[in-house]
Write a protein that binds this ligand. Structure first.
Ligand SMILES: [Fe+2]
Length: 246
């Protein structure tokens, strides 16, 4: 029998108007995200249909794989915005930072270049899914000495931390802010990642969220998130993301 309490409310209907997606791959042909201008537009139309109107694109910057310069990212961003204007799709704000892999190339960039920030001095960083760099804490220290604040992308996806939650506390104590992927609330990355996400949320270790959208398949999974318990945990953090649009 249908009852009010059994009603499933999709996460994609709950984004506050001032929500900012701080992790996404909508710039076409620059990394493993959108493959064309048409795909970018279609993905952005779906984001807009969820009520998301502020998006920060964060192309990968990764040694030997995606060595995107700040200038290359800016050119892609300008081209996307020019295209959106040409098709009169202007009820959306698109900017670009980067998702920096903490590798030796990053250590070089940190010394030699101005990094692309989410806002003020906040930078989005990620770790390898295989293992953290041996000098991780030295890198985190150097990031902060250089005047940046590290926002660690999808901490729940680093399986080498799943059996040692004190490692997460240590990262936070070392100055990392945590950005959870909303897709981790679906079964997209598997049940271990969902469990880690839930524990991090319950321990109030998550500061911000992001969609980390690369393709339509990701948005299909985002639309499937209807679990009331998980949504209750995530709702306050959806509000926290407005910080990046202020
Ligand atoms: Fe990403």
């Amino acid at each position: 029998m249908f009852s009010f309490f059994q009603k499933k409310i999709p996460l994609t209907t709950l984004f506050p108007a001032d929500f900012v997606d701080i992790h996404s791959h909508f710039l076409p042909n620059i990394d493993d995200g959108s493959k064309s201008m048409e795909e970018s537009v279609a993905l952005l139309r779906r984001m807009h249909s969820f009520g998301i109107k502020h998006i920060i694109c964060t192309p990968h910057v990764m040694e030997s794989v995606w060595e995107n310069s700040s200038e290359a990212i800016q050119l892609k961003l300008d081209a996307l915005n020019a295209h959106l204007k040409s098709i009169d799709f202007t009820d959306i704000s698109i900017t670009a930072a980067a998702e920096y892999m903490l590798d030796s190339n990053f250590e070089h960039l940190l010394k030699t270049e101005k990094l692309r920030t989410l806002k003020d001095n906040y930078i989005l960083v990620e770790l390898s899914f295989l293992s953290a760099p041996v000098n991780l804490y030295e890198i985190l220290f150097n990031i902060q000495i250089a005047g940046y604040k590290p926002v660690l992308a999808h901490p729940e996806r680093y399986s080498y931390y799943h059996n040692d939650f004190s490692a997460y506390k240590k990262l936070k104590d070392a100055g990392c802010l945590f950005q959870l992927n909303l897709l981790s609330l679906s079964n997209y990355y598997g049940s271990a990642v969902t469990a880690a996400a839930q524990t991090l949320l319950k321990q109030q270790l998550i500061d911000f969220v992001g969609t980390d959208t690369h393709k339509h398949h990701h948005l299909d999974f985002l639309e499937k998130i209807v679990d009331g318990k998980l949504i209750k945990l995530i709702e306050p953090i959806l509000k926290a993301n407005a910080f990046f649009g202020e």
